[in-house]
Write a protein that binds this ligand. Structure first.
Ligand SMILES: *Cc1c(COP(=O)(O)O)cnc(C)c1O
Length: 477
């Protein structure tokens, strides 16, 4: 017969009641920090767990202070909400880390719009109703050369809205070689379907010719679409119809051409030593009647989607009821306006716009920063790890120029012992109060410093000081 363990009645009797724990000073602090409901729940859970354990085996009953401490640990271990991290992955526009970091002026504008009423749809000159797009319309026209502009939630929304406005129950013509999928279930065929457009694919995966478009356009065609294949490249025996030629074909048929640039840029990046990405102004000059692009990719602003183009077409888009469902709020509009304003002064853009500042940093600059930080970082880690400075390659991210990497420098962390220890360290860095996210490559953890602002160096080192190196050392071989 199996003998049942005896309940530890003595210890059970000494177990404090919830009310007793709540009366302590420590519990008052816990309530203050986490709120009454969460704190009381955690205290009850600790007591219940101990009681369950003491029912089957002997043990020591924790006193009220110990219960508070354990409840505090439980509360601290809850999954974190949205919080800032150090992006040391080397991917500047990391979609999973929120893409672009905003410029100071954009942050200030956003904060001001949050804490005060703003003239969002109010014309201050006349005292009558205004339009929210007006705040950015003028800037977008000036920066792109387009007749008019409108803003929506993101570029996916911009494409959806264009398709729904011009190709609902009609046909949208697109090259097979441009049927892109972008992360997060944005697949061109699916978007067309949801927009109510009949997709007409022309050409083949690698080659599409002018005649393919001409033959496909008929009286049911609502839109011809060109997509900048931002996140991949087809090389070899390829042919595509360049935008100016396609614009002429669409114009001759009286159908608008939409050019979806994806990232797009408002300035020639070659000016900052980067590879060329098509600019919105060029796309407009090439004759597309509508051009769409993202706010939080190369542009370096908040999440948004822009549609620029012919005045009459933009007016039609603005009359589509879906526009209302896809519009942006005052906070983002404020940040967008401030971000766009920076583009009026290209000479100082790289200094003021974090995305461009990160992208244009030289290898020498990043390497010098790595050498400066190396001793302090090494000191915060256990002797089980070696920290040195290594060359690495950064990426732009968000599908922009996927094949062009940027030479960068990293703090390279290797384990003297097992790979387990390195994995433990990687996890420990993610668990810090200000999580540090690097990338693992060839058995080393790389902290690519391209996106570490000098003003954040001290807080990175302070955060690393939290590392429980004793815990890590336990995994030494
Ligand atoms: C990124 C991208 C989109 C989607 O833009 P979001 O702003 O992420 O919604 C659409 N088309 C292309 C070509 C893209 O690169």
């Amino acid at each position: 017969m199996v003998s049942m363990a005896e309940p530890d009645t003595n210890a059970l009797r000494r177990l404090p009641a919830v009310a007793t724990v709540l009366a302590t000073e420590g519990a008052a602090l816990l309530l203050d920090r986490h709120g009454r409901v969460a704190a009381t729940d955690a205290i009850r859970r600790v007591i219940d767990d101990v009681r369950a354990a003491l029912r089957t085996s002997p043990g020591v009953a924790p006193d009220a202070d110990e219960v508070v401490k354990r409840a505090g640990n439980l509360l601290d271990a809850r999954p974190a909400g949205l919080r800032p991290v150090f992006n040391l992955t080397g991917t500047v526009l990391h979609t999973n880390l929120g893409r672009a970091v905003l410029a100071d002026s954009a942050v200030e504008a956003a904060v001001a719009s949050m804490s005060h009423p703003v003239a969002l749809e109010y014309d201050l000159a006349t005292g009558s109703r205004g339009e929210r797009d007006d705040h950015v319309r003028r800037l977008l026209r000036e920066l792109t050369g387009a007749e008019d502009a409108t803003v929506v939630n993101n570029n996916a929304a911009a494409v959806l809205l264009c398709l729904n406005t011009f190709a609902l129950r009609r046909e949208a013509v697109i090259s097979r070689g441009e049927l892109i999928e972008i992360g997060g279930a944005f697949r061109m065929p699916d978007i067309m379907l949801r927009a109510g457009a009949d997709m007409v694919e022309v050409g083949t995966t690698n080659r599409t010719h002018a005649a393919d478009y001409r033959n496909a356009i008929n009286e049911r065609t609502g839109l011809v679409m060109k997509v900048h294949t931002s996140n991949y490249r087809i090389q070899g025996f390829v042919a595509e119809v360049a935008a100016p030629e396609l614009a002429a074909i669409a114009d001759a048929a009286g159908v608008p051409l939409l050019n979806d640039l994806g990232s797009g840029s408002l300035v020639d990046l070659a000016r900052y030593g980067l590879a060329k990405e098509p600019t919105v102004r060029e796309a407009v000059e090439e004759g597309a009647r509508l051009v769409t692009f993202s706010g939080d990719k190369l542009l370096g602003g908040p999440q948004a989607g822009f549609i620029v183009g012919d005045r009459a077409l933009i007016a039609e888009i603005n009359r589509n009821p879906l526009k209302r469902a896809l519009r942006v709020d005052k906070v983002r509009l404020a940040a967008i306006e401030a971000t766009l304003a920076l583009y009026r002064d290209p000479d100082r853009l790289a200094e003021r716009l974090p995305t461009l500042r990160f992208l244009s940093r030289t290898h020498a600059d990043i390497e010098a920063q790595a050498h400066r930080l190396q001793p302090a970082v090494a000191q915060h880690l256990d002797e089980a790890f070696v920290v040195d400075v290594a060359d690495c390659q950064s990426q732009i991210g968000s599908g922009a120029l996927p094949l062009d990497t940027l030479r960068s420098a990293a703090l390279r962390i290797r384990s003297r012992g097992s790979q387990d220890a390195l994995e433990q360290l990687t996890a420990a860095l993610r668990a810090l109060s200000y999580p540090v996210i690097g990338r693992v490559s060839e058995g080393a953890l790389l902290l690519d410093l391209r996106c570490l602002q000098e003003s954040d160096e001290a807080s990175l080192l302070a955060t690393l000081g939290e590392l429980d190196t004793a815990g890590l050392a336990a995994h030494r071989p």
